[in-house]
Ligand binder design. Sequence first.
Ligand code: COA
Ligand code: AMP
Length: 634
Amino acid sequence: MSEHSKNYSSEYAHCRENPEAFWLDAAAAVDWDVSPTRAYSDVDAPISRWFPDGELNTAFNALDRHVAAGRGEQIALIHDSAMLGAVRTYTYSELTMAVARFAGVLRAQGVGKGDRVVIYLPMIPEAAIAMLATARLGAVHSVVFGGFAANELAVRIKDASPKAIVTTSGGLEPNRNVEYLPTVHEALATAGATALPVIVKHRDGFATEPGSLDWNTVDWDAAMEQAQPAAPVSVRATDPLYILYTSGTTGTPKGVVRDNGGHAVALLWTMENLYGIGAGDVWWTASDVGWVVGHSYIVYGPLLAGATTLVYEGKPVGTPDAGAFWRVIEQHGVKALFTAPTALRAIRKMDPAAQLLEKYDVGSLETLFTAGERLDTDTFHWAGKVLGVPVVDHWWQTETGWGIVGNPRGMATLPIKAGSPTLPLPGYDLRIVDGMGTEVATGEEGNIVLGLPLPPGTLTTLWGDDQRFIDSYLRAFEGFYATGDSGYRDEDGYVFVMGRTDDVINVAGHRLSTGSIEQVVGKHPAVAECAVIGVADALKGQKAVGYVVLKTGVSIGAEQLQKELVALVRKEIGPVADFKNATIVEALPKTRSGKILRKTMRQIADGVDYKVPSTIEDMGVIEYLIPVLRPGKP
Ligand code: COA
Ligand code: AMP
């Protein structure tokens, strides 16, 4: 017997048949300054306009309204730093005040409605405060993950042309302190933006002092003391809330644009219906604010819902051990945890029998949600067995901002099938099609596409480049958004997501473009040409591996070249690329038109069936490469 009042099939059908009614009903959970009278407008199609005549402020919805509702003393945010062994909490009143003050700091630097603010911060409360303060002013944030190097930060600064940058002295990794200021300094120089104000949250233990650099810095703490709190600025629902850059197939990242109104409505809907989380519940997303998962479910989703969100600065293992997650669940009474399968694999590798779990009481935990990469069945079964709670996969992307396929735990009790994130969520018209756009049969793998318009909260466009948005997502299959993933449906309609159809790879739940790594590898003076592919990795899902052909007459040792290429990728893209392997080869397999057969290479490396296109230039190259791609394997 279901304890739920809703039924998946009827909710899904209702949304399909009457999206206006469905989403206007969901929109009632938001506090609007001007209530929307319509859910959707196709006036700018194919660019979606959700709640076109609504006005609101997202930060007000995430903070002030909970205080007004009498929950000011409830904990809004817990910062648990496993790196420092410290915990800090903010009540809704305190967080509202901090955000209003920091909005005052930004305003004093000239930031207003529609202006951009680039945020380069690790997992500290100031990251959430800076995001919400930007939103409070009706401005647009662009958060850059701390594992990216100066060049990647520079590309994002150039594209977003911000009015200010917010950063800190540095971030804490288990094996080192990461100095942020030299990176920001270099990025500003590369972007030609050295005059921009840089607001710096001081942290002890870092070598570079802001004053030692010739730039326009503002001390976070001093500015907060003097700041006048700023009131929330009402914006149109269709105005942008943030830009989040993600890897495409080329070296230039795509600036995914999220609006205010659709985003608030969709995230609130998911907190209740997908995750079963409401006001007062303790919710923990173990990710990073630099990724979409962090935007949606560390910051906005839980705060919009009035829950308590946990900001965890640490790793699943090594901070100090593989019991870290269980310690956090016990200490803070976490009701639901959302993490990437990689984190679970890392814990399992260190503590296969989950002996460390015996030290903790994790009885508060009701559900474990995973996303970011495919949840392999071994990890699914292991986690379910050791934790004794449902392990619920869901599939989505930076572009959608929330689950496309999921098991809506707050709404219904749908059976969980290992290897499947379950069924399409309301608002997503999901089809599996062949290369010509024709739907394939049940059980047959194809391209996963989504009917237009996409539901609220999904990307509206790419920053400053509507044409690239159309070309990247809407051209391949007319009337549909191409997800770039392939998969199939079983006889119950359950979706199984198998992997990317393009050159995007997924390393430890981090999305990377092999094209951008190739661009960097190709810069090395010894390299004539190269291919970077993502090969299967037991811990991280995939890892990027490079195969390089040397320029004629160049002589360099394999070990030396690998060392130099690894250092180059780390410097140009950042440690997050986790690029550790490069092999010298005599040739790369190509089609007669010169296209490198990366997919065939990947299939050979992974030991799965591979197909060689008939257009291959020289079959001998494949025969030569097989033992190179699969060293020591049959
Ligand atoms: N700032 C600077 N460097 C960072 C960083 C950050 N925010 N995050 C990661 N890095 C660095 C790491 O220190 C590491 O550097 P190294 O090569 O010097 O060791 C490199 O980037 C690769 O990091 P990572 O992929 O995290 O690998 P790891 O071996 O350090 O840890 C796991 C392995 C599985 C523990 C880790 O990948 C993990 O916690 N994964 C969960 C992923 C996740 O939450 N993804 C979010 C998507 S939902
Ligand atoms: P990102 O935009 O970084 O969140 O990466 C999105 C991509 O990660 C998707 O297009 C998928 O390839 C992959 N992905 C995310 N979640 C899942 C999942 N639950 N199952 C399979 N693949 C996933």
